[in-house]
Every structure is written in C-alpha cells, then in structure tokens.
Write a protein that binds this ligand. Structure first.
Ligand SMILES: C[S@@+](CC[C@H](N)C(=O)[O-])C[C@H]1O[C@@H](n2cnc3c(N)ncnc32)[C@H](O)[C@@H]1O
Length: 215
C-alpha cells in the first residue's frame, strides 16, 4: 500500500460527504481538479487546531475544499476570509460552504488577491493563519503581503512547493517553477520566519512569523 493510501485509510476520516462531493462536482461543472488532496486538507485542519487560529486568510478558493477543511478546525467565533479571482468558483464555493454549515464564518472576496490584500492592509486587518494556494508566479508577493498582514506568531502555509517534483530538476524553466524555487529559498532563509516543507501532497510550506528577531 502506498503512503498516501495508508494515510487516507486511517487519518482523513473528517473528509465527509460534502468534502468528497466537491471533486465530483468540479468534474461535472468542467472546473479544474486542483483542490488540495485530503491529506493536505487534514494537515491544514491540524495546523489550524494546534495554532488555535481564529482569523484565517486564504488565497485561492476554487470550490472551497480547503476552506471547509480549515473551517472545521475553527472555534465558533473564528473566521475565514478567502480571496478568489473567478466569480463562478466563488458561487460554487459559497454553495459548498453553506451546505457544510460554515456560511456565517466564511467570506469570499472576489477579485485579484494582491489587490484584495492591499485593501485588507489599508483597513488595518490582521490574520493569525494564512493559506497561499493561487497563481504560482505571485507566491513571493503573496508571502510579503502575508507577513505584513500577520499577527506576531502567525502561521503562513503555502501549497505546491514541490511543483509535482519539477523543483528537483534544473530542466524546468517555467515561470511557476522558477518562482517556487525562489519562494522555497526565501522561506528557508528569511530571518522573519521559521519554516519547513512538509512532504505531504505536492509539498506544504509551513512558516511561523517570529514575534521578534529571536523568538
Ligand atoms: C489551486 S486552486 C485553489 C484550490 C483550493 N485552495 C482548494 O484546495 O480547494 C487556485 C485558485 O486560485 C485562483 N487564482 C488564481 N489567480 C488568482 C489571483 N490573482 N487572485 C485570486 N485568486 C486567484 C484560481 O482561480 C483558483 O481557483
């Protein structure tokens, strides 16, 4: 049995019928099948629980699959603000989040995520947990803005840091892969962060924003 199958068999039982149904519905609607896998969803759930996050900023919602995993781990007064470019995806994600019972806790913001993040910063809003999962060429810009929007000690996570294995070879010169290579070096060496890549799914980056230079 593969590692992935073993983990799914025993450790992702929180993936209920609503979550399971999202991938089938994405196919039916002809939408891309690029939600995180269940094991990454469960890891996000665990990180939200362990960090006791209450204010999550998600960048890239698609059908709300990762949104619902994180919402499951929030306390009742916790909130998720999810940024998504495509209104058709937002309509679908809102329907899923409502069916899952989290409509009061989740708000989807339409438009370009970078522009939305500038608006959130101008409004002086701060977050204690981030999930970056949108267009790869903008990952470094999203990271910088997330650090500006972070409460001290916040967690910043980011998906697809292995790029399907392409970061391990010098052959792939696409903008996405080159940006993710730079992103990975940045989180590894940035003095404002403590970071790790968890080899789950396509590689989930987990960073903690330090409270001061040393802690
Ligand atoms: C990988 S999918 C997100 C999957 C979702 N996090 C999940 O696991 O269920 C990436 C999403 O980012 C959105 N996106 C791409 N560029 C964006 C941008 N500039 N601003 C906001 N959203 C963007 C896409 O429309 C797409 O829905």
């Amino acid at each position: 049995m593969l590692k992935k199958e073993y983990i799914r068999r025993w450790f992702t039982s929180e993936e209920d019928n609503i979550l399971k149904g999202i991938s089938a519905d994405l196919i039916k609607r002809g939408l891309p099948q690029i939600s995180v896998p269940p094991e990454t969803g469960k890891l996000l759930y665990m990180l939200v629980r362990l960090s006791r996050a209450k204010n999550i900023l998600e960048i890239g919602a698609l059908g709300g699959y990762s949104t619902i995993w994180m919402a499951k781990a929030l306390p009742e007064h916790g909130r998720i603000c999810s940024l998504e470019l495509n209104q058709e995806y937002i309509d679908f994600a809102e329907e899923n989040v409502r069916r899952a019972g989290y409509a009061k806790q989740v708000r989807f913001v339409p438009g370009d995520a970078m522009e939305s993040m500038k608006v959130l910063e101008a409004a002086n809003l701060r977050f204690d947990f981030f999930f970056i999962d949108a267009d790869k060429p903008n990952y470094i810009r999203y990271l910088e803005k997330a650090i500006s929007l972070a409460q001290p000690g916040a967690i910043i996570t980011a998906d697809n840091l292995f790029q399907g294995g392409r970061i391990f070879s010098d052959q792939d010169q696409s903008v996405s892969t080159r940006t993710i290579c730079r992103f990975n070096r940045q989180i590894a060496s940035d003095e404002r962060l403590e970071s790790f890549i968890v080899p789950v799914g396509d590689g989930l980056g987990v960073c903690r924003v330090k409270k001061s230079r040393h802690s």
